[in-house]
Design a protein around this ligand. Structure first.
Ligand SMILES: Nc1ncnc2c1ncn2[C@@H]1O[C@H](COP(=O)(O)OP(=O)(O)OP(=O)(O)O)[C@@H](O)[C@H]1O
Length: 234
């Protein structure tokens, strides 16, 4: 029996309309607890890959499975974090984080625990417009974690942040991943970020996106990934 937190793509293709071949022949098996960083040129289909796993899109060919079951749509077993925090501006941080679990017993304790985890315990009552970009993104991460998904899908979550905040959040995300043991798929344009965070790094080719490199974390990975990304863009 596959673990509920495993992800498998077999021969996945996705064509938008008739002409835009976004993904082609993607084969990928992700084990529970892996932190998979995905890098590649703009438009190579990185977000599309995440959207398929999230259940926001269907493949035009092949199969996407989570926990051994074909993905039929979004579900609480998969949390998503986007480049923009997308918080509800009229709700406090606490209520934003509680949103997806507002009918769950033990909600308040869970929200308090999550705010602690992302370092926002003192900001629980603030509204999103009172937060820095980094704090907003921490709140978005806490909101995605609230239903306790086994899988976290992150689409360039730190791309809009300044360099210092970005580095700090990378370190915090690594700590959160170590503490929670989630399976993470993390899309980025930054080779440094991918190599710092990933226990495994994938490089995709330009459209139609294919996986051209798939390596576990190892010494000299940065050089190998940089070269592959440069070649993938040609
Ligand atoms: N809904 C859509 N309809 C038509 N084409 C789309 C749609 N979504 C994405 N595309 C196209 O599919 C290709 C892959 O897009 P996708 O957003 O997955 O790439 P990406 O690697 O995440 O890009 P970036 O790094 O710039 O965010 C692009 O050429 C894009 O223009």
């Amino acid at each position: 029996m596959p673990s509920p937190d495993s992800v498998a793509l077999k021969g996945v293709t996705l064509t938008y309309g008739r002409k835009v071949h976004a993904l082609d022949g993607i084969d990928l098996a992700i084990e529970p607890g892996e932190f998979v960083a995905i890098v590649g040129p703009s438009g190579c289909g990185k977000s599309t890959l995440l959207r398929l796993v999230a259940g926001f899109a269907r493949p035009t060919g092949g199969e996407v499975r989570v926990g051994g079951e074909p993905v039929a749509g979004p579900g609480p077993d998969r949390g998503m974090v986007f480049q923009q925090p997308r918080l509800f501006p009229w709700l406090s941080v606490r209520r934003n984080v509680a949103f997806g679990i507002r009918r769950h017993p033990g909600r308040d304790a869970r929200v308090a625990e999550l705010l602690d985890l992302v370092g926002l315990a003192d900001a629980a009552r603030l509204r999103p417009y009172e937060l820095s970009g980094g704090m907003q993104q921490r709140a978005a991460i806490a909101r995605a974690l609230a239903p306790d998904p086994g899988i976290l899908l992150m689409d360039e979550p730190f791309a809009a942040l300044d360099a210092l905040t970005r580095e700090r959040l990378q370190e915090e995300l690594r700590r959160i991943w170590q503490q929670t043991g989630k399976t993470v798929l993390f899309v980025t344009h930054s080779v440094d970020e991918a190599v710092f965070l990933g226990t495994r790094v994938l490089v995709m080719s330009k459209r139609p996106g294919r996986i051209v490199l798939d390596l576990p974390h190892q010494p000299d990975l940065r050089e190998t990934v940089s070269t592959a990304v440069r070649q993938a863009a040609v």
